[in-house]
Design a binder for this molecule. Structure first.
Ligand SMILES: [Zn+2]
Length: 89
């Protein structure tokens, strides 16, 4: 059975592979967990431009509890990268 996860932006529940997974490394730097196998707490966000930009806004306004120990600047960089990836598809 595939694990079900929840988007941190829109709270939709979906299968794990339908999300982007972001984890924090030991230096609190956000990394995209492309294979979804990094053994560290992660956050999930839909592969959707809207969710990515809503999450960016929430982070900038400090309105989201990410539940992972990560620097906001580094997660914002990662989200920018993911946003560009979504445009291309
Ligand atoms: Zn979402």
């Amino acid at each position: 059975m595939t694990p079900i996860r929840c988007c941190i932006a829109c709270k939709t529940r979906k299968q794990k592979q339908d999300f982007f997974r972001i984890v924090a490394d030991n230096e609190k730097k956000a990394i995209i967990d492309k294979k979804q196998n990094i053994n560290n707490r992660g956050v999930y966000v839909c592969k959707d431009k809207k969710c990515i930009s809503n999450l960016e806004k929430a982070i900038l306004k400090n309105r989201v509890n990410l539940k992972i120990d990560v620097e906001s600047n580094s997660i914002l960089e990662v989200l920018k990268e993911l946003g560009e990836e979504v445009w291309e598809n």
